[in-house]
Design a protein around this ligand. Structure first.
Ligand SMILES: Cc1cc2nc3c(=O)[nH]c(=O)nc-3n(C[C@H](O)[C@H](O)[C@H](O)COP(=O)(O)O)c2cc1C
Length: 375
């Protein structure tokens, strides 16, 4: 019987499904619900020291539906980080660890470009007993205007500096969460890992405009008639996330063996999770999927992932982590492999005097020539 239980960076998880930072981990009520429903871990909504600077608007979500209107394919948000005071969060982190001492609670943190502020945020959060940190270097909207979030994650030098500040005081694992809004995700990932981050989490949302209302001619989501580009998530982003997770996994394999990878982007099923693990994820995070299907959906995903493991006779997550990574190569290598295979096939056919083009049928050896072409 396979097991989903896994240990990553010393964190013992009953399964690899972690709530991704966002509305599903936005206060103690919902975090408790996640643990009760069986989530492997929870990454709380991103916190900062001064919530008074965080002012959200409504509407702040926009959805892309399938053409029959029945399915949500993509989801844009212009939501900021938590607008709840850090003092309340400190209290809730403590209460949460009292209520669920054995469950993994990860604080997602973000601050301005100031060593004192990052150090204070790390020290105060870890004093509350959280199990690990995720550093949000990746929010694509609102915060970059204050040189936070993706603005930091797009600058490897700043990233190196900020991760070093955090690693100087953190006593628990630290994952750096990457933005996909960059050409080569390996560059900021390498900077964070060089500075000592325990692992990488990828990806955050993709900068987007969800659509334009053809009645009002206003882009959406429309706030007082105006909008701002937001972050795209849900099923539509999975192929991009898989590619970026693969790239980070290759980097970790080559340059930072042993560091962890938390894969994120459009996960809704156990099979989605299996794909991300096959491409190097230790854990998978789900954010929009929880908003679409509810907390109880983790049970379905666990069953699906177990069924995949049973089918392939994998006993543990480690048995198949990164197993599909070996099958990525360059296009030139694909051409070489195909040319070699065709040449070998032709040589075999030549040796057997097999018909390879219609002009080669002789009439004398017709039955053998026909049989050779049958499977
Ligand atoms: C409404 C919403 C709010 C989010 N807020 C945060 C946040 O506060 N911090 C963060 O690191 N990521 C945030 N995210 C990004 C998610 O954690 C995740 O990286 C992204 O949505 C892709 O995963 P998904 O397709 O499973 O949602 C948010 C996503 C959504 C949809």
């Amino acid at each position: 019987m396979p097991t989903l239980a896994t240990t990553v960076d010393g964190l013992k998880l009953p399964n690899p499904f972690i709530i991704g930072s966002g509305p599903p981990g936005t206060n103690l009520n919902v975090i408790a619900k996640a643990f009760q429903e069986g989530w492997g871990g929870v990454i709380a909504k991103t916190v900062s020291l001064d919530a008074s600077k965080v002012v959200n608007v409504t509407p702040r979500y926009g959805k892309l539906h399938s053409s029959d209107g029945k399915e949500i394919i993509g989801w844009e948000n212009i939501e900021l980080i938590s607008d709840r005071p850090f003092k309340i969060w400190e209290d809730e982190f403590k209460k949460c660890k009292d209520m669920f001492p054995d469950r993994i609670l990860i604080a997602s943190i973000m601050e301005e470009y100031s060593k004192d502020r990052w150090v204070e945020l790390v020290e105060r959060s870890q004093a509350c007993g959280v199990d690990a940190f995720e550093l949000n270097f990746s929010c694509p909207h609102g915060l970059p205007e204050r040189k936070m979030g993706a603005a930091m994650g797009q600058d490897p030098d700043i990233l190196d500096e900020v991760v070093s500040w955090v690693m100087g005081v953190a006593k628990i694992p630290v994952w750096a969460k990457m933005t996909p809004n960059i050409t080569h995700i390996e560059e900021p990932s390498r900077a964070a890992l060089k500075a000592g981050a325990t692992g990488i989490a990828a990806i955050n949302t993709i900068r987007s405009v969800i659509g334009v209302n053809l009645d009002t001619l206003r882009p959406e989501p429309s706030v007082e008639g105006y909008t701002t580009p937001g972050g795209y998530s849900s099923r539509a982003v999975k192929p991009i996330a898989l590619r970026m997770v693969m790239e980070v996994a290759q980097l970790i394999r080559k340059e930072f063996p042993g560091r962890s990878l938390s894969a994120i982007g459009g996960v809704e099923t156990g099979n989605d999770a299996a794909e991300f693990i096959l491409l190097g994820g230790d854990t998978v995070q789900v954010c929009t999927g929880v908003m679409k299907f509810g907390y109880e959906h983790v049970k379905v995903m666990c069953e699906q992932l177990l069924a995949f493991m049973e089918k392939h006779k994998f006993e543990t997550i480690a048995d198949f982590k990164g197993k599909s990574l070996d099958y990525f190569t360059t296009h030139a290598d694909l051409v070489k492999r195909q040319t070699e295979r065709k040449a070998a096939q032709k040589a075999a056919a030549d040796a057997k005097k097999m018909v390879q083009a219609d002009g080669e049928w002789t009439g004398n050896d017709f039955v053998r020539q026909s049989n050779d072409l049958a499977r």
